[in-house]
Design a protein around this ligand. Structure first.
Ligand SMILES: [Fe+2]
Ligand SMILES: [Fe+2]
Length: 162
């Protein structure tokens, strides 16, 4: 990433919010938190498009940061675990709209980031395709790096964080 100043400006309000800080206590793969995962996806997404004037950079950074803002521990066996892949994009988009007042375009990018998993919801914007690609690259990297490493499975709701 070259323009760290612009990335910092676009991400500041989300990264400094107490709501997004909850993502430090929810995990993506192994011991990688959703906070770190989402930051990595936002940084990679921004790096891929920062030189192109064709992209809405604020949308890319904000939607990438909030793409997994589902706010529950999904590794606990049960209904959430089984359907997490399909359901979390809509839950994250709804949470992001409620808490950060995101735009319709940002909502769409979050809602579609799991495609092709969510077959009927492909990205509608270029920004959505970039986030979806960056998410897969980062998730693959995490899965390879974190094989065998575990975290404690406690839902943030039960810890009084939400
Ligand atoms: Fe996701
Ligand atoms: Fe993700």
């Amino acid at each position: 990433m070259k323009d760290t100043e612009l990335f910092g400006r676009l991400s500041k309000d989300i990264l400094e919010s107490a709501s997004f800080a909850v993502c430090k206590t929810i995990f993506s793969h192994g011991s990688i938190s959703i906070y770190d995962h989402s930051l990595a996806v936002a940084q990679l997404s921004f790096s891929l498009i920062e030189k192109s004037p064709a992209f809405d950079k604020a949308c890319v950074v904000r939607a990438a940061l909030l793409h997994d803002f589902f706010l529950y521990e999904w590794h606990i066996p049960g209904k959430r675990y089984l359907f997490h892949g399909w359901r979390h994009p809509a839950i994250a988009a709804k949470n992001a709209r409620q808490i950060f007042g995101i735009s319709d375009k940002e909502y769409s990018c979050i809602r579609t980031h799991m495609w092709p998993w969510t077959l009927f919801h492909p990205p509608l914007y270029l920004e959505g395709w970039v986030i979806s690609l960056a998410d897969k690259i980062v998730a693959m990297r995490e899965a390879l790096l974190c094989r065998g490493k575990r975290h404690s499975l406690v839902d943030p709701h039960s810890r009084g964080l939400l």
